[in-house]
Design a protein around this ligand. Structure first.
Ligand code: R5P
Length: 295
């Protein structure tokens, strides 16, 4: 087996190769042609091998690189190709909201799946995107990775910034044996939200260590508002945590100013990347390869 890293996921890919038993790990050669087109080339003897290709798709460039790398793996005669997309971009446009729009998440999932034998992603924005991959597709969760890190700290309450994240906070609460609560969120625009505490909160907040649990931090608007609301309740410490840390523009600094710690998993490279999803992804890859007969 070989693990190949796209440029968006080099560290995580290396960790996955270690979790898979120190299998060979490769970084492709990339360059731009004079007209700006991307050139990729993978090394190593891949003929007859199982290949795990790891690339998050933060932007269009990452996506193009992934599609070219998938074809390069196929051209090299690999036996099975497992494509790992730790952060799957375009996930929020998961349906046609207005006439004339694409269902971007489904469209890109189909293209990524074309050359793959199986796909693995982490905390997809919407559960039904998994079905769009048209090949066996698996979703890992970032929650166990964050929980492994939080086990070493005194945590009193898990907080989801919105009702949509209720299951995440509940699951983290179960793993840490702590109570959880979901805030009421009203989105004003793409960067601003209003948050309120629900009528009932399971513990008195004053002096407590609360951990905000989210799937993605983009502009930071949600976490900053959640931290402000909790600070008004005179909590003792606030940790912000997420699976996917995009931290657009000055989001990291703005969150740092209102929290005590920031944790994200390593689905995206960022300064808060302290919990690794490599063991969770490697487990899915191993199980799938063991379960799927060779064609
Ligand atoms: C919302 O549905 C998500 O769970 C996140 O809370 C949201 O995407 C975070 O975005 P931002 O950091 O821009 O507030």
């Amino acid at each position: 087996m070989h693990v190949i890293a796209g440029t968006a996921s080099t560290s995580l890919a290396e960790r996955i190769s270690r979790e898979l038993g120190n299998v060979p790990f490769g970084l492709p050669f990339l360059k731009r042609f004079p007209d700006g087109e991307l050139y990729v080339r993978i090394g190593g003897q891949l003929s007859g091998e199982d290949v795990v290709l790891v690339q998050s798709t933060r932007n269009d460039q990452d996506l193009l690189e992934l599609l070219l790398l998938e074809d390069a793996v196929r051209q090299s005669g690999a036996r099975r190709l497992i494509v790992v997309v730790p952060y799957f971009g375009y996930a929020r446009q998961d349906q046609v909201f207005f006439p004339g729009e694409p269902a971007s998440a489904q469209a890109l999932a189909q293209h990524i799946a074309l050359e793959a034998d199986a796909v693995v992603s982490v905390d997809l924005h919407s559960g039904h995107t998994l079905k769009a991959f048209t090949k066996p597709a698996f979703e890992a969760s970032g929650i166990p990775a964050i929980a492994r890190l939080l086990r070493q700290r005194p945590v009193d309450l898990l907080v989801s910034p919105d009702k949509g994240g209720t299951d995440r906070a509940r699951r983290m609460g179960q793993l840490l044996d702590r109570p959880w609560v979901a805030l009421e969120k009203h989105r004003i625009d793409s960067e601003h939200v209003e948050l309120e505490l629900p009528n009932s909160v399971p513990i008195a907040l004053e002096g407590k260590h609360v951990v905000i649990v989210d799937d993605v931090i983009s502009t930071g608007g949600t976490i900053v508002e959640a931290a402000r609301l909790l600070a008004k309740q005179r909590v003792g410490a606030i940790t912000a945590s997420c699976t996917h840390g995009l931290f657009l523009r000055d989001a990291f600094e703005r969150i740092k100013a209102v929290t005590d710690e920031i944790f994200s998993t390593d689905t995206l490279a960022n300064p808060a990347e302290k919990a690794s999803v490599a063991p969770d992804i490697a487990q899915i890859v191993k199980r799938h390869l063991a379960d799927s007969p060779l064609g």
